[in-house]
Structure formats: C-alpha cells, structure tokens
Design a protein around this ligand. Structure first.
Ligand code: EPZ
Length: 421
C-alpha cells in the first residue's frame, strides 16, 4: 500500500490550481442517466471516486470515454438498472444513481451503501421521499429494490434533516416525474446548485435554486438533453490549501477558486489572524503573526462545512490557546484526533465537541488515515511536525484529492509518495 513520507518544517510559496469539485461531479455524473443522448463533462477532478462512478455507468451499459478531466458519456445504451455491491461498497455516493435510474426506467436495484468511518450514513430520507412520489421500495439481500411502473409523480417533500444526497436524489427523480415536486428543507450547497442548474438548462422548470425550498416541474418521463457542463471548483480542496498556508505560516495563492463558496473557511482563518487578497477567481492567504485559537460549529452551507472540520482542527493544534470544535453533522467525525495526538497534539473529546489545546511543537511519527478529510488533516500537521511523518492508508486521500502530493511539492513541501515494501 502507498504512504506519504513528509519532512516537516518547510515554508510554502507560489501558487496552486484548484481542481473540479468531487461532490459536484458525482451527482452530475448520476444525473446524466436522465438523458439518452451524448454529453460532455469537463473540469472533472482526477480522483478515484469519479473513476468509480464512471465505471458504474459503464457496467450499466453506458458508453463512457474518460480522460483525466473530461468525460464523454452516452446513456442511451444503458441496458441494466442494477448497481452492484462491489461498486457501491467502494463509494457510498453511488446511491445517487437510485433517483435517476428509477425516474428513467421505472425500476432499479441499488446495493445499500455501507456506512463509513465518519458515521452510519443512512438513506432513510431518500427512500421515504421516493415512496411519497409513488415508488414501491423494498430492501432485500442488501439491495434497495425500487419500482414505479407508471412513473414517479410529483409530491410535497419535507426533509426532517437537511441532506445533500437526499436533495440531489429527489431533484433528479423529480425531473422526469409527472407533475410538480416541492422539497422543503432542501440542501443548498454549491454542488446542489450546480446540479439544479444543469437540469434547469436541459429545459426542466426549477424554482428556488440556492434556497432551502425547491420546486421542480417534471417532464412526465421525457428524457433530457444536457448542455456541456464544466464542474465548479472544489471548495473543500481550496479550503484545505488555505489551511496549508495558515499552518506553515506561508503566503500562497490558489487559482480557479470560487471565493463566494469558501467564505466560512476564510472567516475562521481570519479570526485566527490570517489575512486574504481575493480576486475574481483566485485568493492569496497571508499568514498570521501568531495563530489565535478558534471556536467553530459545523453546519449546513453557508455555515462552516463539516468537510473542513478536520483541516481547521490541524491548524488549531498549533494555535496559541484553546479552541473548541463542535461536529454537528456526523456522529463519528473525530477519527483524526487520536492520530493528531500521536504527532504531539493535545486534543480532548467530549461527545461531539473537541477541545484543542494549542501546542508549541509537533513531532513526526507514523500515522494512519481513516477517512478522506481526516487524511488531509494529518498531511497538514505533518507539514509542520519536526522530522519525518509517514501517513499510511492514503487510498482515502486518493478518493477525493487530485494529486495532493504533486500540488504540495510544487508549493515547496517535502512530500513523497512511497510504496510499502
Ligand atoms: C455529502 O454527503 C457529501 N458527499 C459529504 O462529503 C458531506 O460531508 C455531506 O454531504 C455533508 O455536507 C457527497 O456530496 C458525495 P447528507 P451526504 O445526506 O449527502 C443524515 C466528503 O468528505 N442523513 O447531507 O451523504 C446523515 O447521517 C464527503 O467529500 C440521514 O439521517 O450527507 C448526516 O448526519 C464526506 N438520513 C446528515 O444527514 C438520510 O437519508 C447529513 O448527511 C440522509 C442523511
């Protein structure tokens, strides 16, 4: 298995280009099932999760021509509606094919996604909403079998909790339904917005894009013709590199960024003493003279994103004073704490809150990645730990970060990918 060998203590400088957003690309790839015509997606991130979902489409019979950042897809050739366990178990976001497959073909079988390190990750809200649109749902043998022979019908859906994937699945299902679907308490993350815009640009009437209430007028089973889509920049990758600048007290510039999507992260790093120059699609971070502690709560967009919690914690680990970090979205998203403490951090957990006592120094050690964002937090801490840190199980990183070690090396970090003997 690969691991990253990082020698800490290096200042960073220069600039890095942010890739397309994994969490925008995944629902958009799933949404292409709503069309039986060829279409092109550009600015895809070159990461494992994208390759996994495109492989799933191919297994369903689609024609997929994919180079690193561009995919030409034609779902006119789909001849199966069964998303099998071996793919879905690799990436739980495969559940996003449930809505479009059911809407287009009137039936499908999708393996129940496993949980993952950060939590149980249920899909009860997805299924309840589809049932209210007339779907018959049965769970058998680890598969969700869904049927709507006469097609789905528009419904009023009120989500008990804001769910990004649930909103995306229902928006896609509603696009081909008979009648209008309203979603109350919808997610409004930028990735949900781009999905809605793609479907609206294919002629589906959608009101409320970017708000917590969506109304979608379905085409009554008529498939869509999508315009080419360029994936929006990855706001979490951008936030991660801002944290790299903050933690190493370096000034670096990020290109191809939507600054409006990372305001909560900028705000927290500003409160810690960093400053920023924002341009049209780039941002430069200037380091604090001495990092101050921070208090944060993760919450749905536009609040502070749960996907940035581990990275901000890494920065807080070397701040001067105590920070409090409360994780409100996932029940087990502190797997990085024990690994950060192996590097000399002083983080204590009490329920869903972490108390981070700033320390003067971190010391290199062997640490283990447990999930995608936790692994990036370990890399950030390793950049400032004295000596060498080996971050193992970086297959987690490869799922969602496009060439992390290449981009950090370009900024001046001493980081190498190695293979365990
Ligand atoms: C998306 O996951 C992202 N993944 C996650 O990013 C992100 O952390 C999460 O949204 C929150 O922003 C993708 O977009 C592919 P949710 P998703 O449904 O859709 C509960 C990363 O690092 N819930 O908004 O699965 C759920 O347990 C990943 O890139 C139910 O209870 O998240 C959680 O507590 C990690 N029942 C909360 O809602 C349901 O039916 C939010 O989950 C669905 C969700």
């Amino acid at each position: 298995m690969d691991y990253l060998e990082i020698v800490g203590g290096k200042k960073l400088s220069g600039s890095v280009t942010i890739s397309g957003a994994k969490n925008a690309a995944l629902p958009i790839i799933a949404a292409t099932i709503l069309s039986d015509k060829a279409l092109t997606l550009t600015n895809l991130p070159n990461v494992v999760d994208i390759r996994t979902l495109l492989k799933l489409l191919s297994m369903l019979g689609a024609s997929v021509d994919h180079n690193e950042t561009t995919a030409h897809i034609n779902n006119g050739f789909i001849n199966s509606t069964k998303a099998v366990y071996e793919i879905v178990s690799q990436m739980r976001a495969s559940i996003l094919v449930l809505g479009p497959l059911l809407a287009r073909f009137g039936e499908c079988e999708v393996s129940l996604p496993g949980g993952c390190a950060i939590g149980q990750r249920p899909i009860d809200l997805h299924l309840k909403a589809l049932e209210s649109m007339g779907a018959h749902i049965e769970i058998k043998g680890g598969y969700v079998r869904a049927e709507a022979k006469e097609g789905l019908k528009g419904a009023k859906i009120i989500f008990d909790k804001i769910t990004v994937g649930g909103t995306e699945n229902i928006v896609m299902a509603a696009a081909l339904a008979h009648g209008t679907t309203t979603i109350v308490n919808a997610a409004k993350e930028p990735e949900v917005v781009q999905l809605c815009e793609m479907i609206r640009d294919a002629g589906v009437k959608i009101e409320g894009i970017g708000t917590n209430e969506l109304s979608i007028e379905g085409t009554a089973g008529k498939t869509l013709a999508f315009k080419p889509v360029e994936i929006i920049p990855d706001r979490i990758e951008a936030g991660t590199y801002l944290c790299a600048g903050a933690i190493t007290y370096s000034s670096i510039t990020l290109h191809k960024v939507n600054c409006g999507h990372i305001r909560a992260t900028i705000d927290k790093l500003e409160s810690m003493g960093c400053s920023f120059d924002l341009k049209e699609d780039s941002i430069t971070i200037h380091p604090a003279s001495k990092l101050k502690p921070v208090n944060l709560i993760t919450i749905e967009y536009p609040g502070f994103p749960t996907d940035m919690q581990a990275q901000l914690m890494a920065v807080a680990v070397i701040a001067e004073g105590e920070s409090l970090i409360e994780e409100r979205l996932f029940e087990n998203r502190f797997m990085h704490v024990s690994e950060l403490n192996r590097l000399g951090a002083d983080v204590w957990l009490k329920g869903s809150t972490a108390a981070v006592k700033g320390v003067q120094k971190l010391y290199g050690a062997d640490v283990m990645a447990t999930d995608l964002r936790a692994s990036s937090a370990l890399v950030l801490a390793a950049l400032v730990a004295e000596g060498t840190t080996n971050v193992r199980r970086i297959y987690h990183l490869d799922r969602g970060y496009d060439d992390l070690e290449g981009k950090l090396s370009k900024l001046g970090a001493d980081i190498k990918r190695k293979r365990e003997a």
